[in-house]
Write a protein that binds this ligand. Structure first.
Ligand code: C5P
Length: 424
């Protein structure tokens, strides 16, 4: 667990924070929370419940966050700008402060009857919540049970603090102070290792397709979206790795905390991978590297010739990048994780590839399953690895690539000692 001394300025800079505000006198403190996150360099987008707007106006939070405040699930104009699912995915963290007893109860039951509860269900980023209510309400067994349930569901509950309340009562239920809440957010998002950037184990991840030039304006490529590799980069940062993403051409934003190196061809990707891998602790080959490239890309645009209906291209095999990384000798060799896209006999083909490329672990997905894998947001996989006793495997059911990425990193962490922190 990160120490309380993490600095908001170094941790929250560039982080995207979704701030949920529900009804309660403490709602005015959400203005200060917004300011503190902005001062630390973070981006804040605020979502208010109907009740919250009776305590503080959206205009105040809009002025402080510099972004339009969202208040309704069924707002066609706001949805056209950034849909609510997109907003949930945009967030590096969801923070709800203050959270009423009613909102907490609705979250515990998984209701999605307004924008904030819907976002809370859709958001897979770290989630924190700061309850605020009357002391008798907080002490009620139902509230206590609900708070425990939130923790079981993965929420971090901040406070509440004890003291004098707006209603005149004294006891637990006051929302924690904004500084304390922002510190909890900082600690949650800080790298889990109490190490500097340079001391953290280095993960190098390839992602996306490669582009193999035929001439100055044409190329061979494939449909890889890069989503799985980018999700792995996020998960590796969350686990405490320093991450370098070697990315083919994709239209995805660089995950926060990740160093990205853009490449086009397999040969570019090979050069960067072999430059970085010998110093890395973990190498994940998630890119869909083109198997072949043009032997001699034309210097000038290939012309249509009138007298022939066919064009013959000579292709040569690309280097197998991951196999070259896996062939490095200790201590230069990282722990190597590869991917295999199969349409049948997943385990057998994956185990073959594991052995043939000398990998430590392979993630096999069945690309014949509709709605999963290539281009989609979800994936299912079989994780296969080598033990002295033989091959072992574990199946990961269909889930978002973000969750699957965490499962993959967790499995890698359980097989070797990177000095990083598992998710589970
Ligand atoms: O041989 P195949 O393409 O099925 O292997 C897939 C795995 O190998 C993936 O991890 C992919 O990133 C990696 N690979 C590579 N270089 C290649 C081809 C595949 O690193 N030229």
């Amino acid at each position: 667990m990160a120490s309380h001394l993490n600095s908001p300025a170094s941790t929250l800079a560039g982080k995207r924070i979704l701030l949920g505000v529900s009804a309660g006198i403490a709602a005015y403190k959400s203005a200060q929370i917004t300011r503190l996150i902005k001062q630390a360099g973070g981006d804040v987008r605020v979502v208010m419940t109907d009740g919250a707007q009776a305590f503080i106006t959206p205009l105040t939070l809009q002025a402080l966050s510099g972004e339009a405040v969202r208040t309704s699930l069924l707002d066609p104009e706001a949805e056209a700008g950034m849909g609510h699912i997109e907003l949930a995915r945009w967030a590096d963290a969801l923070l709800i402060a203050p959270a009423t007893a009613d909102l907490i109860a609705r979250l515990v039951h998984g209701l999605a009857d307004d924008l904030l509860t819907t976002l809370s269900l859709a958001c897979e980023a770290p989630r924190l919540i700061a309850p605020a209510m009357n002391q008798a309400m907080w002490r009620h067994p139902a509230s206590q049970r609900n708070a425990r349930k939130l923790v079981e569901d993965g929420w971090q509950v901040i406070g509440p603090a004890a003291g004098e309340q707006a209603c005149g009562d004294v006891g637990p239920g006051r929302m924690s102070e904004p500084e304390e809440i922002v510190q909890a957010l900082t600690d949650k998002l800080a790298p889990p290792l109490a190490m500097t950037n340079d001391e953290r184990p280095h993960a190098v991840i390839t992602a996306g397709p490669t582009r193999e030039p035929l001439d100055p304006v044409r190329y061979l490529t494939n449909k890889s979206s890069g989503k799985m590799g980018y999700a792995l980069a996020t998960a590796a940062v969350e686990a405490g790795f320093r991450v370098t993403l070697i990315s083919g051409p994709v239209s995805l934003a660089t995950p926060s905390g990740v160093t990205r190196i853009d490449v086009e061809s397999a040969l570019d990707m090979q050069r960067e991978a072999l430059r970085l891998a010998p110093h890395a602790a973990l190498f994940i080959g998630c890119a869909a590297v083109a198997d072949y490239r043009a032997e001699h890309p034309a210097e000038h645009k290939i012309k249509k010739t009138g007298d022939s209906d066919t064009l013959t291209l000579t292709l040569v095999k690309n280097p197998d990048i991951i196999a070259e990384v896996a062939a490095l000798k200790a201590p230069a060799r990282p722990f190597v994780v590869g991917f295999a896209a199969e349409t049948r006999e997943l385990e057998r083909y994956a185990a073959d590839k594991l052995a043939r490329k000398n990998l430590d672990m392979i993630v096999a997905n069945d690309v014949s399953r509709e709605g999963l894998g290539f281009g989609s947001d979800d994936n299912a996989a079989l994780l296969v690895w080598q033990t002295p006793q033989g091959i072992e495997c574990q199946s990961a059911p269909a889930q978002s690539k973000r969750m699957l990425a965490r499962a993959i990193i967790d499995q890698a962490l359980s097989l070797t000692n990177f000095n990083a922190e598992p998710f589970s």
